[in-house]
Structures are given as structure tokens and as C-alpha cells.
Design a binder for this molecule. Structure first.
Ligand code: CA
Length: 226
């Protein structure tokens, strides 16, 4: 799950970035409307946290532009103002939810989870592949009904695979969706986390659910053990 944080208040942006990263989201941060407009055209986000009061314009403009272009990425709008008029304006521009500053971080994450859950619930609340099951709402993963504890990153990686079960996922794509655009740590971080995932998911008598596509990346392996 990749989140774009659009916030010009640098200390607040950093709190959001750190918190969301710890919660297992890949995050990009921009402080200007123009940078946000660019980011949403080149990257594929699962959610935007969008401040209204930006140095070069109103965050509302971006939201309205995205909706006009049939981009329905969930938007959680932030504002320092709390008048009912501002709230109505934000929702009219196509925001999915609205949070007035100052806010508590737990409230922000609860609202983000609710927004990310909506499309998933509309399709199917449980993601599954063979005997492997993931409940994104409760963040629980199991295989043949045995619960498997995963780290936030492992969970995020597996979620990307399960949401596009027929796709081959390039390492770079996985890196961008689960870490972020500016990740500059270990180059083999995806492989390391996939190896850890396999170790946890490969229960005795059950096959490896992840297939390596040589020179490209990973995809789900066919499983007959449902
Ligand atoms: Ca601001």
C-alpha cells in the first residue's frame, strides 16, 4: 500500500511519514501542490493524505482534478480550518474523508485503514490463494487455518501479490509499492523479505506459494491445496 503525503508543514509531514512507514505503508512526501500533481501522474498510489493549505494553492484543486480525470484514489483531506463550509467544500471536491488539525495520530491511521478497506470489502473481504488466506481488515494471514505472524513489510509484500494473483511483479515495482520512491537501502531488500516470507509460509507438506521469475521478480505459484 503506497501513500502520498501532501503536507507543507515539515515536522507534521515527518511525523506522518514515520508513523505510516512503521505501520507498513510505503510513503512519499511532497510539500507543494505542483509536486503532488506531478507525483500522482507518475506514481500509482493507494491513498493520498492531502493538506488543503499549501504554499502554491489549495489541496482541493488536486482532488477535484483527479476526480475529473476519473482517478478515484481515496483522499483524506487535512485542514487547519474547522468551519462546516470548509468541510463541505472538501467533500464536494471529491475527498473521501476529512480531518481537522490538530488531530491525534491514531485517529488518522484509523481513518486511513477505513478508506483502504472500502474497495477491498466491495470486492472480497478475504484475499486468498489456495490454502493461503489474508484478511486485510484484521491484518491476519493464515495457511490451512494456521495463523502466520508477519512483519508489516512482509504483510505488505504478500498483499501486493494476492491483490494481483496472475501478475508477475517486477522487483522495482515491489520496491516502490512496499518501500518508497527514494528508498536507498540494501538493493536486495525485496529478495530478503521474499525469502523470509517463504520461510514463514512454507508449512510442512504445503508447497512454496511464491514463484521466482528469473531476471524479473516474483509471482504467486499455482496452489492446489485449498
Ligand atoms: Ca499547510
Amino acid at each position: 500500500m503506497r501513500v502520498l503525503i501532501v503536507e507543507d508543514d515539515a515536522p507534521l509531514a515527518e511525523v506522518l511519514r514515520r508513523g505510516l512507514t512503521e505501520d507498513g505503508y510505503a510513503t512519499d512526501v511532497v510539500g507543494k501542490l505542483s509536486d503532488a500533481q506531478h507525483a500522482v501522474t507518475v506514481n500509482d498510489y493507494d491513498l493520498l493524505v492531502l493538506d488543503r493549505g499549501l504554499p502554491d494553492g489549495d489541496g482541493r484543486t488536486l482532488c477535484a482534478d483527479m476526480r475529473a480525470a476519473s482517478d478515484f484514489t481515496p483522499v483524506l483531506m487535512l485542514t487547519a480550518r474547522d468551519g462546516l463550509g470548509d468541510k463541505v467544500e472538501g467533500l464536494d471536491a471529491g475527498a473521501d474523508d476529512y480531518l481537522t488539525k490538530p488531530f491525534d495520530y491514531p485517529e488518522l491511521t484509523a481513518r486511513i485503514r477505513a478508506l483502504l478497506r472500502r474497495p477491498a470489502e466491495a470486492q472480497s473481504p478475504i484475499l486468498s490463494h489456495g490454502s493461503l488466506e489474508m484478511d486485510p481488515a484484521s491484518r491476519r494471514v493464515s495457511r490451512s487455518s494456521i495463523t502466520i505472524p508477519l512483519t508489516a513489510r512482509e504483510f505488505a509484500l504478500l498483499e501486493v501479490l494476492l491483490r494481483a494473483p496472475d501478475a508477475t511483479h517486477h522487483r522495482t515495482d515491489l520496491l516502490e509499492r512496499v518501500w518508497d520512491a527514494n528508498y536507498d537501502g540494501l538493493s536486495n531488500v525485496v529478495d530478503v523479505h521474499i525469502a523470509n516470507l517463504r520461510r514463514k509460509l512454507e508449512l510442512p507438506g504445503l508447497g512454496d506459494p511464491i514463484e521466482t521469475v528469473r531476471g524479473v521478480g516474483y509471482r504467486l505459484a499455482p496452489l492446489e491445496d485449498a
